[in-house]
Design a protein around this ligand. Sequence first.
Ligand code: ADP
Ligand code: MG
Length: 481
Amino acid sequence: MKALDKYTIVIGLEVHAQLLTKSKIYNSDSAEYGGAPNTHLSAITLAHPGTLPKLNKKVVEYAIKMGIACHSEISRWQIFDRKNYFYPDLPKGYQLTQDRTPICKGGYVTITTQVGDQQIPLNRIHIEEDAGKSIHLENETDTLLDFNRSGVPLIEIVTEPALRSSEEAAALVTEIRKLVRYLEICDGNMEEGSLRCDANVSIMLKGATEYGKKVEIKNMNSIRNVQRAIDHEVERQVNLIENGEQVISETRTYDVTTGYSYGMRTKEELNDYRYFPDPDLSPLIVSEAWLDEIKMSMPALPRELKQKLITTYKLPEYDAQVLTDSKEMAFYFEEVCRHTANFKAASNWIMGPIKSYLNETNQQANQIPISPNVLAQVIALIEAGKLNFAVASQKLFPELVKYPEQTPLQLAQQLNLIQDSNEASILPVVEQVINDFPQKVAEYKKGKTAILTMFMGEVMKRTKGKADPKLTNELLVKKLS
Ligand code: ADP
Ligand code: MG
């Protein structure tokens, strides 16, 4: 789109993360996902008259952890506010949230895009309760209400309008998801709605000093859709302005299947929430001692771990990035490295065969099917010249997954995979291959050395992949020259 070059894109995100506490934020009802409708509730969730909220300490701890991970200032004194609005799945008639005194102020999240690392400033992180679910069945005039989710704890992470492309927005959500998973405070599952993202989007002419009117887009259930919805919204706004029309401040919802968005409500009708301090909850004071305790309990975070993999294990930046995608993967790598000194081989195995296996079987990094020690043994067999990588990854690995009680050596022997490093048995095959392809030999001698791969493949085929590739290569080169 040509016209796009005239504009600067401005994006701010509001990310809601459902916290992995056992109970709800203001009472002891179960906060577990799902369940038969209306089974996780008591009179408090239903806001019967006379019931009172009581703050869940874990919620505060989790929010503080996120704040520390985002370099935010942690509020030491805070109150809760009522955000008043009517909604059928909000029985109290207001949401208990934090307006003036968010638990975390400022801070930033570092993202990585093509241009490198950038710090995206946060406005705040606050804690609040989730609402229930309204269910509209097809051909039904009634609305069904499920209050299980009502009162489930959330943190809302609000960025400054500092993002300048949909790619940056996607990178930010990716980073936030990684952080909450490392901290084990949220499962980060966007499909189930445990992590939700609203995107505020506006455009302005390049060089302008005032932001344009922003549109808020809701309902994006994957990182890919966040990016697509923003791209679509930017295009829509550019078209409006290029046609002499105006962008109106509104909330729109993005439809994944059609790729279009439609307006839900304009901001003018909304926005009078009459926030006021909740008189039922006393002010929350975070003591120095508690804050220190939480700081001490912080796990290694993705970027620290990535740096560690680069410095301690001498991995290339790319490897370190991939391995720290998930904490479980990074920990598995470190475990393997306790049994082998060949760190790069461990990384290659995890990024290659193991990751493909997990993808194919739709499993997570905590379900890697072979133990770190076994992987280290496979690496040792390759180093000792008893196996080559191709055979080990394609033939031995699938069997190891099936028979985890066997050692790699036993299994490789049973399967007759042990590599042949014996010159006396490989040489005749090499000679035969050279004999069988005089045309190719001539081409090779004219300088088309890439043909070596073809000879190599032929030897491997005839030895059922068992010839030592290094030795085979040496013999081929010698015989061909
Ligand atoms: P509101 O009063 O509508 O809630 P806020 O100022 O609280 O707006 O900001 C809500 C979100 O919108 C934040 O993530 C912020 O970064 C983002 N935002 C604010 N102004 C703009 C703008 N002009 N363009 C894009 N995003 C914006
Ligand atoms: Mg706001």
